[in-house]
Design a protein around this ligand. Structure first.
Ligand code: SF4
Ligand code: ZN
Ligand code: ZN
Length: 310
C-alpha cells in the first residue's frame, strides 16, 4: 500500500477511508477534513473570534492546534473541575501547550467561582452521577465565558466517536429533546448565547489521537476517574465492534441521522429560553439548570448542617 496522495510509503492506514497516508499527507488529510467541516457547516466566518474549550486531552488540544493552523483567532478556555490529581495534571498540560505557543488562555476554576463548588462536591451533595453534574456545570461556565469574553463562537473537541456514542444513547432512550439539539452547529437562541460548534464532528478519535501524537502535542493520557462508570464508554465499545466488522458504520450513523432524522426532531422542539432569575444567563424555566443545581446543593447542605430538633 502507498500514500494515497504522494505514493510514498505510508505511516498510517485509515480503513473507513480505505486509504493510507505518509506523515505529511496525513496532516493534510486531517486539516482538510476539518477545514471542509467548518466551511460546509458554516461554523466560523473568517474574522470571528473563537473560544476553544480545552480539557488537556488529545481532542481539544488537537482542535486548538488545527483552528490556529487554519488561520482562526482562537483563545483557549480551561475549566478546572476540582477532580483531584486529574484536574491538576490536565491544567498543567493545557498551560504548557498555551505557554509553548504564546496563546491566550483563560482558566476558570470551579472551586474559586461564586458558589465555590467543584464537580465531586456537587455530585455528592445532589446525589447525581458525577458526569451529569459535570455536564451542567461545564455548559454554564462555557456559555458564561464565551458571552462575557465577547466571543462569536464556542468550539468544543467532540469527535465522531463521541457523537456516534451520544447518538446511540439518545436513540436507545428516544430522548427527543436531546436529538433535536444534537447538531455540529447550534445557532444562538438567545442574545447571551454564542454559536456552538464541533469542528471534529466527522474526524474519528483514532485520527485525532494519531494527529496529536504526530504533532508532538503533550496531552493527558489518563481518563477522568469518573469516566469508568460512564455509559458513554459502553456505547463506544459497542460501536467499535460494529466499526471493526463494517468500517464506516459510525460515520454513516451520524451523517444519515443529520441528513434524515435530525431536522424532524428539531422541527417539533422549539423552545425559546428566558433569563435565569439567579445568574441572568438563558434558562428554560425560572432558574437555569446550573442555578437549580447550586440551589439544590445549598439546601441539602443547610439541612445537614442544622441541629436536630429537641
Ligand atoms: S468523565 Fe464525567 S466527570 Fe469526568 S470530565 Fe467527563 S463528564 Fe466530567
Ligand atoms: Zn504522502
Ligand atoms: Zn442561572
Amino acid at each position: 500500500m502507498r500514500c494515497r496522495r504522494c505514493r510514498q510509503p505510508p505511516v498510517i492506514e485509515l480503513r473507513r477511508h480505505n486509504a493510507a497516508f505518509c506523515r505529511d499527507c496525513f496532516f493534510h488529510h486531517v486539516q482538510e477534513q476539518v477545514r471542509r467541516t467548518v466551511h460546509d457547516f458554516r461554523m466560523i466566518a473568517p474574522a470571528e473570534r473563537v473560544l476553544v474549550a480545552v480539557s488537556g486531552g488529545k481532542d481539544s488540544l488537537a482542535l486548538w492546534d488545527l483552528l490556529l493552523d487554519l488561520g482562526y483567532e482562537a483563545d483557549g478556555l480551561y475549566l478546572g473541575l476540582g477532580i483531584g490529581e486529574y484536574s491538576d495534571a490536565s491544567q498543567e498540560k493545557v498551560e504548557r501547550f498555551a505557554a509553548g505557543r504564546a496563546l491566550p488562555l483563560r482558566v476558570v476554576k470551579l472551586e474559586a467561582e461564586g458558589p465555590g463548588l467543584g464537580v465531586p462536591a456537587v455530585a455528592a451533595a445532589s446525589r447525581r452521577a458525577p458526569c451529569a453534574a459535570c455536564g451542567t456545570m461545564k455548559r454554564h461556565y462555557f456559555d458564561a465565558a464565551a458571552f462575557t469574553g465577547g466571543f462569536d463562537v464556542l468550539a468544543t473537541g467532540h469527535n465522531l466517536d463521541d457523537e456516534a456514542a451520544r447518538l446511540l444513547g439518545n436513540v436507545l432512550r428516544w430522548q427527543k429533546d436531546h436529538l433535536a439539539r444534537q447538531r455540529p452547529v447550534l445557532p444562538p437562541t438567545h442574545p447571551k448565547f454564542v454559536r456552538k460548534v464541533k469542528p471534529l464532528y466527522l474526524t474519528s478519535e483514532y485520527e485525532t489521537a494519531v494527529y496529536a501524537f504526530m504533532r508532538g502535542i503533550d496531552y493527558i493520557v489518563d481518563e477522568c476517574p469518573n469516566a469508568a462508570g460512564a455509559t458513554q464508554l459502553l456505547y463506544k465499545a459497542a460501536l467499535d465492534r460494529l466499526e471493526v466488522e463494517s468500517p464506516g458504520t459510525k460515520l454513516a450513523f451520524v451523517k444519515e441521522f443529520l441528513r434524515t432524522a435530525q431536522p424532524a426532531f428539531a422541527a417539533v422542539e422549539q423552545r425559546e429560553p428566558q433569563e435565569c432569575a439567579g445568574c441572568g444567563m438563558p434558562a428554560y424555566g425560572a432558574l437555569c439548570s446550573f442555578c437549580s443545581l447550586v440551589r439544590e446543593v445549598e439546601t441539602r447542605r443547610a439541612r445537614t448542617a442544622s441541629p436536630l430538633p429537641a
